[in-house]
Design a protein around this ligand. Structure first.
Ligand code: ATP
Ligand code: MG
Length: 358
């Protein structure tokens, strides 16, 4: 097996060419992020992972991204907006392909034809079938070479962690549909734990809590908005709770009703997910050698949109004793890491590159 799953001579040829058109893509449940290297920076494109399809023919994609989102609720009933990924995994190949083609178009405004290489981050516990599907979609979408790597590894590279060292680093990626814990040492993944739960589940729990407390039904987007505004997890840290409000539908009168949503309500809604995360972290630590423990003690980073909940850093330390750093760039760091590998596959050293595909 070699890096790109292609013949050796193909790989040699591509190495000789200047790779000017490379992209890193984070194919997420909620957001797909494209990073295109531009000097020592990146051009970034964020696309909602949503497509509009015909209800009766869900592989017929009418619009992608913001355009698909804008069609929501304003279109005839036979058109629906759906997400091609669920819990970090591709639900519909046709829809995911449409999303990826669109993402590649955004990232290569002038020449789709000439995309030399794309690197796509997918959940670390993805099956061989899922990996193959993503690779094939990337190739069909027009890239000469596609490399699929674990989101966790891409996140570590994007965050500038020293992945090639033996001491070990840990990345906790808290997304919308899944939460990954990835331990990296000598450039490879030495342990991984994935929970197919994330920010989406918190939103669902907020909807339920509001129903219970106020007898009011709020929409899932209202719940997400409130979470982003006042989001917190329970911890011993002294965090002043904030309050926001949401408009829902009274289940008694069917009239619009305003409800207050405070940080404690969100923390209650997040608690089951936090407990699962702590359980997964404890399992990883239990399996970890003392050598790696000292490495990850100094180098654990939390990425992904859900990492922005207040009190998370403190709660993780209280529960498992690992000091963590919350990324200051949580939503694009995976795509950046993928873009670094796309532009320079030697970012992963030869023996390391193969491990990235494991
Ligand atoms: N400020 C915030 N506070 C709390 N949660 C937030 C905040 N901003 C975004 N989120 C949540 O982060 C999640 C999206 O994060 P991200 O873009 O990393 O997910 P994704 O990569 O699409 O999903 P996955 O990795 O599971 O496939 C959503 O659940 C969103 O509500
Ligand atoms: Mg993600």
């Amino acid at each position: 097996m070699n890096l790109f799953g292609k013949k050796e001579e193909d790989e040699d040829n591509i190495k000789k060419q200047a790779l000017t058109n490379t992209l890193g893509i984070d194919l997420g449940t909620l957001n797909t992020v494209v990073a295109k290297p531009s000097g020592d920076k990146f051009d970034l494109f964020k696309i909602p992972s949503v497509v509009a399809v015909k209800k009766e023919e869900p592989s017929y994609v009418l619009a992608v991204g913001d355009e698909a989102k804008a069609m929501l609720g304003r279109t005839p009933e036979d058109i629906i907006a759906v997400r091609p990924l669920r819990m970090g995994v591709i639900e519909s190949i046709a829809q995911a392909k449409a999303l990826l083609v669109y993402a590649m178009e955004q990232g290569s405004a002038d020449s789709m034809e000439n995309i030399d290489r794309i690197v796509i981050g997918i959940p670390g516990d993805a099956s061989e079938v899922e990996k193959k599907a993503v690779e094939e979609i990337g190739e069909e979408a027009g890239s000469s070479f596609v490399l699929v790597i674990s989101e966790g590894l891409a996140g570590a590279i994007g965050a500038g962690l020293p992945i090639a060292e033996a001491e070990g680093t840990m990345v906790i990626d808290l997304g919308a549909g899944s939460s990954d814990i990835v331990v990296i040492s000598l450039g490879g993944i030495t342990d991984i734990e994935t929970i197919r739960q994330g920010g989406d589940n918190i939103d669902e729990n907020i909807v339920e809590k509001v129903k219970e407390m106020f007898n009011v039904e709020i929409g899932i987007h209202e719940a997400e908005k409130a979470k982003m505004e006042v989001g917190m997890v329970h911890s011993q840290a002294k965090i002043k709770p904030l309050v926001t409000h949401a408009i829902g539908k009274s289940m008694e009168t069917n009239k619009p009703q305003k409800v207050d949503i405070d940080s404690n309500l969100v923390a209650d809604a997040a608690e089951p997910i936090v407990i699962d995360l702590i359980g997964a972290l404890s399992a990883v630590l239990e399996r970890m050698s003392p050598e790696l423990i000292s490495g990850i003690y100094n180098r654990t980073i939390v990425v992904g949109g859900t990492s922005q909940l207040k009190g998370l850093k403190e709660r993780i330390f209280e529960e498992v004793g690992v000091p963590v750093e919350i990324s200051d760039d949580p939503m694009t760091v995976v795509a950046k890491g993928a873009a670094i590998v796309a532009a320079e596959p030697r970012a992963l050293e030869p023996e390391v590159r193969l491990k990235a595909m494991k």
